[in-house]
Design a protein around this ligand. Structure first.
Ligand code: ATP
Length: 212
């Protein structure tokens, strides 16, 4: 379970949010909606451990998550809009790099995980290709596989349907539902209201559910 209490963030004296409270249960899909500029990406960056919060607490399965913007570790997997794939590495290498170098999983475990994730994300054919050779939907699935390879307690996505056509959007819906069936907790930030409705998860409206 992810628990966030009284989270506050200001940029140069300007309050973005001052009292964000949020709980996500294991295996739940929480969809975050809200207009542009309201602070959704800021929140995701704090959750990912990339940006410092002013005050508040966050915990995952009872374990505190540091809010200093310097967190390493694999508790939270975030798929950002531009995916941030390593251009010089193949699909398989992108998936295997952090488990090998950061998490120091054994070579056998790394191989078994990447084979399974390539299958689950329908990327087996593309495993030796480079990011520039992939479609937007394929790149996104590599980013999801790469995050899952670190066994995160929660997976968060920033605008996962931006730039995708209808078929790829449907694929994202299918992937999130498949992951939900395996117990993965997911948080999805989106502007796309038909997509939000199709996810069929609880909706958290950043405009009305957060104090600022
Ligand atoms: N590094 C920064 N310094 C100062 N202000 C910032 C910084 N980053 C973001 N902001 C401001 O914080 C507010 C929230 O931005 P954020 O990107 O979190 O919004 P968002 O809800 O994700 O918007 P969008 O849906 O357009 O991505 C905006 O007004 C933005 O200008």
């Amino acid at each position: 379970m992810l628990e966030i209490k009284n989270l506050a963030k200001t940029y140069e004296g300007r309050t973005i949010f001052k009292d964000l409270n949020l709980t996500i249960d294991d295996g739940e899909i929480l969809t975050i909606v809200g207009p542009s500029g309201i602070g959704k990406t800021t929140f995701l960056r704090i959750l990912a451990g990339l940006l410092e919060a002013d005050t508040g607490t966050m915990s995952l399965d009872g374990k505190a998550l540091a809010l200093d913007g310097n967190r390493s570790g694999a508790d939270v997997g975030v798929i950002f809009q531009d995916f941030n794939l390593f251009p010089q590495y193949t699909v398989k290498e992108n998936i295997e790099l952090a488990p090998k170098l950061v998490a120091k999983h054994t070579p056998a475990a790394v191989e078994a995980d990447s084979e399974r994730l390539l299958m689950e994300m329908d990327l087996t054919v593309q495993q030796d290709q480079y990011p520039f050779q992939l479609s937007g939907g394929q790149k996104q699935r590599v980013a999801i596989a790469r995050a899952l390879a670190m066994h995160p307690g929660i997976l968060a996505y920033d605008e996962p349907t931006s730039g995708l056509d209808e078929a790829s959007t449907q694929r994202v819906i299918d992937v999130t539902k498949e992951l939900q069936n395996t117990g993965v907790t997911q948080l999805i930030v989106t502007h796309d209201l038909p997509f939000a409705a199709a996810l069929n998860g609880r909706i958290f409206d950043f405009a009305t559910d957060v104090e600022r």
